[in-house]
Each structure stands twice: as C-alpha cells, then as structure tokens.
Design a protein around this ligand. Sequence first.
Ligand code: NDP
Length: 493
Amino acid sequence: MATKRRPVFNSNNPATGEVVGTYPMLNKSEVAVLVEHARTASTKWQALSFGGRKQVLLAWSSLIINRIEEIAALITLETGKPLSDARLEVGIAVSHIGWAARHAESIMRTSYRRPGLLMANMSATVERSPLGVVGVIGPWNYPIFTPIGSISYALAAGNTVLFKPSEYTPGVGMWLEESFSEVAPFADIFTTVTGLGDTGSALCTSGVDKISFTGSTRTAKLVAADCASTMTPVVLECGGKDPVIVAADADIKRAVDATMWSAMANAGQSCIGAERVYVDEKVAEEFIARAIELASTIHSGAPGDANYGPATMPSQIKVIQSHIKAAIADGGTCVYGGPKSVAAPFVQPVVLIDVPEDSVAMREETFGPIIIINRVASMREAIELSNASRYGLGANVWSKRKGKQIASKLQCGMVAINSTFAFATISSVPFGGVKDSGSGRVHGPEGLLEYTFARTVVRTRFNLPLHFLSFKRRPTDDSLIIKLVKILKGRLG
Ligand code: NDP
C-alpha cells in the first residue's frame, strides 16, 4: 500500500522567487500531539524556577549573538531585507530575551495588599503563576523580533511555547527552535509548528492557555473567533496607520530623516511605520522639499544593493499599487515617484501630498514604502485627524516644546516624541495598540504578565469576635457593620 505523502510548502527568496526551503504543513492532530508534549514539559519548566529559566534564556541569547551572521543571513534570504537591517533586528530581539529573563522574578513577585478595616484580621496577597502552554502566531515582516517579544516573555514567566511562524518565514522559525534546543535542559519547552493559516487556526483551538498573535486585523478577527470557541484568551498585535505630527517648532531636518526611514525602511513593511504625516502649514513646504530630496537618495533592490528590499509577500504589491492609484484619483498629488514606482517585487519610494482623508490610501494600512504628507492649520487639527482612524497603534510627534502635550491627546498605544520606533526597542515599556490595532500588550512588565494568571490568596491572621461571613451573624454584628459604613462613609476597603 502506498504511504500518503506529508503535505509540504515552500519558502521562497522574495527578491528572486527561488525556493529556499521546504517545510511540513502540520495538521490539527499533529498540533494537538505537540501541545500535549508542551503541557507535560511545562510542569518541569515551572519547577526549574526563575533562576534556572534565566540561565537557559541567557544561554539562548548568547548563542543567538554568537551566531548572528547565520540567522541574519536566513532572515535576509526569506524576507529580502538588507543584511544590516536583519542584524539590527536580531540585536533588538536578543535584548528582549535578556530583559525578560532578568526581570521575570521581580515582576511576578507576590504582592501584598491592604485588607481594609472590616477585614483587618486577614492578610491579602496576589500571586502570579504561569498559564501553562502559550501559542505564538507570528508575521513575516520582523520574523525574529516580533515573535521573540511574546516567546521570550512567555518562557521567562514559566510557560512552554508553541510557535507558528508565517508561511513566508518558516526557516527563521525552525532556526529559533533548533537554536533553543541546543541550550534547553529537556525537550518540548519551545517548539515551532510550520504550516499555513490552517495550522495557525489549529493552534488557536488546540487547548493552549493563551494565543499571542501578530499580523493583520482581518486575521486577528478570525483568531479571536477561533479562540472564543475554546475560551482561549488572546493578545492581538495588529496593523496600524501610524500618524506623524510635525509642529511649527520641530527640528524639520531630523523629523524628515526619521519619518522617511520609518516609512520606507524594511520596504515600508512595519506595523509602526509612518504612513501619514500631518505637518503645520507654516513648515510644510520645507518638510515636503526635504522629503523629496531624501527620497531621491534611497532605492529598493536585492539585498546588498539597496536601502531596502522587495515586498516580502507578493500579494502586497497589489495593495500598494491600489493605494497609490486611489490617492491620485481622490485628488492627491505624487511629488516623488508614482504608479510606475511599482515593479514587482520592488517598490521605489513614493511621496504623496494633499490626499483627502477619506481616501483608502489614508484609511487603510498600505505596508509599502509610501508616505502621504498633508498640511494642517493647527496642532488641534493634526490631533483630530490622527485620532480619526480605526487604527491606534503608534504615533510620532515632532515638536521642541509641545511634544508631551500633543502625545497625551493621541488615541494610540505608543507615542515617540522627537524620535521614531524607539518604544519597540525599549524592553521595559509595553508595546501594543488600541481600536483595530489590537488588544493586550507585549514587552515590559505588562507584556510578561499577559502570560500569567493572578491568584488571590487571603489568610486569617487572627480571629475576631464578629461573625460577618457566617450563619452565626447576630443583630449586633449587623449594627456594627452599618455603624462602620456610616462613620467611614463607605471606606471599609
Ligand atoms: P496574516 O495576518 O494573514 O498572518 C499573520 C500570521 O497568522 C501568519 O503566521 C499566518 O499564517 C497566520 N494565520 C493566517 N490565517 C490564520 C488563521 N485563520 N488562524 C490562525 N493563524 C492564521 O498576515 P499576512 O502575512 O497575510 O499579511 C497580510 C497583511 O497584514 C499585510 O499586508 C499587512 O498589512 C498586515 N500585517 C501586519 C503586521 C503587523 O505587524 N501589524 C505583520 C504582518 C502583516 P500564514 O502566513 O501561514 O498564512
């Protein structure tokens, strides 16, 4: 009898289309078996204690640093990004592993709470425990940095992890598993499950204790729906349409430099990349002129030959093309590049100005090296337009004096003042969005606590001659409670 061949899929070099690897598509039952293994391993991983896990994670980060050229080359091969960008990505990912390893114990330390007057005979504590098994579903745009923001924090908290990488970057996912296995004290602590969307969906319904997803808002909704069927909690890191606000007192030279990099680096495939600029009309001409000048100095091409690479996901080219065309059809002007800047798989820089706010190019995530610059009469208008989006991931504000004031009014998860992207590289601060950009956080104490549950423990320290929580409660107890409530105006807690 002929044996059934295991379904596989290919990973391609997006710059050339060449096949660079072939990986198995894991089905529902295979995922279920791996979840069971991870569950068994989680007891041992938790028993290792914070110190033991820290040692393993720090050994992993050292191994990744020692082999940075190897993993950076693989990232470049599967995403098409320049080697220098891949190295930077690995460096930032490694710093998150170290931070999570070093801080897990203090973040999860039992906290002591005031029991309140009525319960003064009790002690009240909140303990933090790992969830058990965490499923991480990752994207292709930053195939190591993004998933490590969930994987390392979940591991440091004492969970075992199953990781489903994007179908465009399975090689990077497998490399992570293999490198971890070299430092792991036993098997099944961290496992990569390769496959397409169905494998991701299987992970969502496999009974893992939490899913941490990064990708499009559309897929996030499918993930949340799948997870709802098994009451699996989720962290959702989705798309954005990040605004850049430029005030009249901004350092325009620096603002342009950072904004163009934020918009174009990694071929514009950054969830926190600048997509729309609201610049004070008093400095708009200078900002636009400098943006055009800078755009003319950068170009897309194969790694080693360009400032940024191709579109990693071939289907994104259509989205980019349609946004440029819509922006022009809706009344916007191309001041650098245009529809002809798109020659798959590469997209050269495009600078558009004065695009109406209701254009799809202003509303939806483009995920390409396109920047739209619109003039505003005031910072109030800039804030209103920034907030008038279904997304709320990150934002950048450029102003010498009003940065904090403007930032405090923005409806988004992260703001960089006179900088860009910085919040993603600072391990101690949470990363995530509001509205259609997702819910929950990765990084920082908030990100680590996502992979724990709170266990409240209250304990009787001494007995009171009162019977509040008993059928023995007497009328004198009742009148004492009411007296206390009245005297303390309800402040019993
Ligand atoms: P998706 O959101 O479709 O994919 C993200 C991850 O989810 C991948 O690992 C994917 O697997 C997996 N997945 C797909 N379908 C399911 C499912 N039903 N259940 C569980 N997991 C699933 O992103 P794409 O890669 O298709 O990119 C589409 C768009 O998303 C981009 O054009 C961009 O606009 C946005 N995006 C935003 C990112 C961000 O950081 N904000 C990152 C990546 C994309 P597989 O790859 O095998 O389909």
